[in-house]
Each structure stands twice: as C-alpha cells, then as structure tokens.
Ligand binder design. Structure first.
Ligand code: TGC
Ligand code: FAD
Length: 385
C-alpha cells in the first residue's frame, strides 16, 4: 500500500484494522469482477448485501440506527479502499452513506429514521439522491421540480437527471421547491404512482455503476415523506459537504491503484534491454506521482482531523475534492503512458480509473465550481454569476 510518509502511524489501531479489512474485501470481492462489469456496462448487484455486511453503508451514522458510529477519518479510509477497486463502487457506498443516510439522520424525524436507516445500513434498501435537473446542474437553486400542497398531501412534479443508483434504488431523497420557493427534502419510494427512474445509457465512465433519471408525474406525497427538520438550499449543500469529503479520500485510492500498477509494470517491462523503471524519464514520472499522492494523503488526513472536530469548512472540503480528483486524473493519465499500448486495455485497471475519474471531476460540484467556492472564500466575492 502506497504510504511514503507513514500515514499509517498516525492512525489508531481501529482505523488501521478497518482499512485493512476493507482493503481485503475489495481485493476479494471487487477487483476480480469489476473489469468485466465495466466492459459489459452491468452493475454487480451481488455486492449490495456484502457492502452492508462490511459496514460500508453509513459508517458515520449512529449505531442506534444501524450505522457504524465511526469517525470521519475511518469513513475516508473506507472510501479510499473502495475506490482502489472502482470509483463507481465508491459512488454506491458514498451516495448511500452521505447523500441518503446522512440527510435522513440529520433532517428526518424519528419515525423516518427508524423506518429507513437500519435497512439502508444492511443494504436491504438502496437509496439515491436527486438534486441535479436537466436544466440545472451547477446551479441547483434554479431547480424546477415542485412540491405543491393539495389538501392533506402534496403533489411532486418535475424531473432529475444524472442520478447515481436511481434505476435500482428503493428510495430517493429528492429536493423540490414549495409554493414559497423553499427547497424541501422528500422521500420518494419505488412503486409510487407517477414515479419512474429510467436508466441513462451510453456512458463511457462509471460503467459498472447505474445512472438514471427520476421522473415525477404528479406523484402524491404524504407529510410523513417530507424531511421536517430543515429546509432551503443549504440542506442539500450540507449533504454535498459529506459526500465531497468522501470523494477527496476516494480519489486517492484510484490514484494509488494506477501508480502501483505503473510501478510494477515499469519494474518488469524491458525496452532497449533495460526495465522501463531504469530510465530517468520513467523515474521522473513515478517520483512526481508519489509526491502528489503523498501530498493528497496529508491533505485528506488533516481535513479528516478538522471534520472530526466539527471544524472542516465547505471551502476546505472543496479544496481537497478538487485537488485530489485532479491529482488522480493526472496520475491515471501518466500511469497509462508508462504502460504504453497495454495501458489502454482492460488487462490493467488504469484506463477504467481514468474514464471513471472524468465523472468524479464533474459530479459533486465540477472542478470549476470548487475553484469558485474557494475564490469566494478567499475574496468574499462569489463569482458564480
Ligand atoms: P449560496 O447562496 O451560496 O447558498 C444558498 C444557501 O445555502 C447556504 N449554504 C450552506 N449551508 C450549509 N452547508 C453548506 N455547505 C452551504 N453552502 C451554502 C447558504 O448560506 C445560503 O443560505 P441562506 O440561508 O442564505 O439561503 O448558493 P448558490 O445558489 O449561490 O450556489 C452556490 C454553489 C454554486 C456553490 C452551489 O450551488 C453548488 O455547490 N453547486 C454545485 C452543485 C453540485 O455540487 N451538485 C452535486 C449534485 S449531487 C452529485 O453530484 C452526486 S454524485 C454522487 C456519486 O455518484 O458519488
Ligand atoms: P453544467 O452545470 O451545465 O456545467 C457545464 C460546464 O460549465 C462545467 O465545466 C462547469 O464547471 C461550467 N460552469 C457551470 N457554471 C459555471 C460558472 N458559474 N462559472 C464557470 N463555469 C461554470 N447529481 C445528483 O443530484 N445526484 C447524483 O447521484 C448524481 N450522480 C451523477 C453521476 C454521474 C455519472 C454524473 C456524470 C453526474 C451525476 N450527478 C448527480 C450530476 C452532477 O452533479 C452534475 O453533472 C454536475 O453538478 C454538473 O452539472 P451539469 O452536468 O449540468 O454541468
């Protein structure tokens, strides 16, 4: 495991133990099958109950509701280990944990928590998070999905786009505007009349993860399906803080897998009667990759400490998500070059990681949006419009 600055020594025994067991789980359950699923564009649904058993759904959710009750560094390490396997598999785990279980735990009432959280923790239920719309991606505040009161219930109309897990999800946490234009969180269940979740096909990225739409054609929503504790855009943005934090760790996993593949290949492959690793140009690539991974690991670890203390800001999370995903994408590209032609094949994980990371750099706030969040924090002047 790439750990040039002995980050392991800064982890507790429990954190190390959980990291190692998720690492072994990924090697046994994800690595052997993921390339085939990515090539075939199929989702390995058999992993869902196994994720539940491993405790990767809701590691930071309270044990009272079936979660792990673990700290945020452990959560980050879990995301890192899963993304070594595949970003799409980390997506499944992080959407369930940060974008479905987190809002239910934070903004749901007791009945909602008891009804959904324990089943989400085991994988008996799978969830998705609907914020993005066809006409509103980076600017979710422009959303057109409406939740309008009608007698003793509400009517939900509109649609969401690019939703991880949506075609296979049992529940969707959806964000919609009420008559006053306030954004409310709504729990929509599979099978509700007027609700459908068609799959989006033809992706060249995250091919082993299912992405789809959410379509609400006058869906009747009762009061018990509305998250009661808070409303406004800040609520989904708080969920995004959680998920972006996990991605800041996860992307390091993809980078480590690419780098480790490149180091091994460079030590075996010979050209001009010498291993690739003995050429200065290859050593430059490997040295720079290791440096960037190490810097990202330290950034993630410090962010985790701040998060554990309740001090991590949105802008700090943006910095880490943006930096670490770009780092991973650059490392995937450089590693691919070290493997030459072999790098484009599915015999190695690099091309799949690279294509996956093209989504990771866009979802959960694009590279540009995170730069603008940082710019606004530095200058006090938002430059989104
Ligand atoms: P802005 O005016 O900045 O804020 C609106 C209100 O929200 C409050 N707020 C926050 N509250 C809590 N936590 C945060 N992190 C918050 N950030 C903002 C803010 O104080 C304000 O409150 P109030 O009371 O004044 O109303 O909002 P804006 O409309 O200017 O937007 C800012 C911007 C562009 C940064 C935001 O819209 C944004 O982050 N856009 C990017 C959208 C995005 O990231 N979408 C992700 C969709 S989910 C996804 O991609 C899942 S992929 C999953 C996977 O497969 O892993
Ligand atoms: P746009 O907002 O149209 O942006 C296009 C380009 O314009 C980007 O480069 C962007 O940076 C740039 N841009 C936009 N505004 C500005 C500005 N003000 N200044 C400068 N540049 C700007 N969403 C969910 O709600 N739930 C999910 O589970 C989910 N899963 C996803 C899974 C995948 C595989 C993908 C690809 C996306 C997913 N998304 C999900 C949606 C994702 O969050 C959006 O794609 C993302 O927020 C960007 O929105 P957009 O695609 O509409 O791009």
């Amino acid at each position: 495991m790439t750990d040039y600055y002995s980050i392991k020594d800064l982890l507790t025994d429990e954190q190390q133990m959980i990291q190692n067991s998720v690492h072994q789980f990924v090697q046994k359950e994800i690595t052997p099958i993921i390339e085939e699923h990515a090539q075939a564009c199929t989702f390995p649904s058999q992993l869902i109950p196994k994720f539940g058993e491993m405790g990767v759904f809701g590691p930071s959710v309270s044990t009272k509701y079936g979660g792990g009750g673990l700290d945020y560094i452990t959560y980050g390490l879990i995301m890192q280990e899963i993304e070594k396997g595949d970003s799409g598999m980390r997506s499944v785990a992080s959407v369930q944990s940060s974008l479905v279980m987190f809002p239910l735990e934070q903004f749901g009432n007791e009945a909602q928590k008891e009804k959904y959280l324990p089943k989400l923790a085991t994988g008996e239920l799978l969830g998705c998070f609907g914020l993005t719309e066809p006409n509103h991606g980076s600017n979710p505040n422009g959303m057109e999905t409406k939740l309008i009161k009608k007698g003793d219930h509400y009517i939900l109309t509109g649609s969401k786009m690019w939703i991880t897990n949506s075609p296979i999800a049992d529940i969707a946490v959806v964000w919609a505007k009420n008559e006053e234009g306030r954004i409310k969180g709504v729990i929509v269940e599979k099978g509700m009349k007027g609700f459908s979740a068609p799959e989006i096909h033809n992706k060249w990225s995250l091919r082993a993860s299912v992405t789809g739409e959410l379509v609400f054609d006058d869906v009747v929503i009762t009061e018990d399906h509305i998250l009661p504790l808070k409303d406004g855009l800040g609520v989904p943005l708080m969920c995004l803080d959680q998920a972006r934090y996990g991605i800041a760790w996860g992307a390091i996993g993809a980078a480590m897998d690419c780098y480790e593949t490149a180091v091994k290949y460079a030590s075996e492959r010979k050209q001009f009667d010498k291993t690739l690793g003995s050429f200065q140009l290859t050593q430059k690539k490997l040295s720079e990759m290791l440096t960037e991974i190490t810097k990202s690991q330290l950034l993630a670890l410090r962010l985790g400490q701040l998060k554990n203390q309740g001090k991590a800001t949105t802008a700090q999370i943006s910095m880490a998500k943006r930096n670490n995903v770009e780092m991973a994408l650059n490392i995937a590209r450089t590693s691919r070059q070290i493997l030459g032609g072999m790098g484009i094949t599915g015999n190695y994980p690099i091309m799949r990681h690279m294509m996956n990371l093209e989504s990771v750099v866009t979802y959960e706030g694009t590279h540009d949006i995170h730069l603008l969040i940082l710019g606004a924090d530095i200058t006090g002047t938002p430059a989104f419009i």
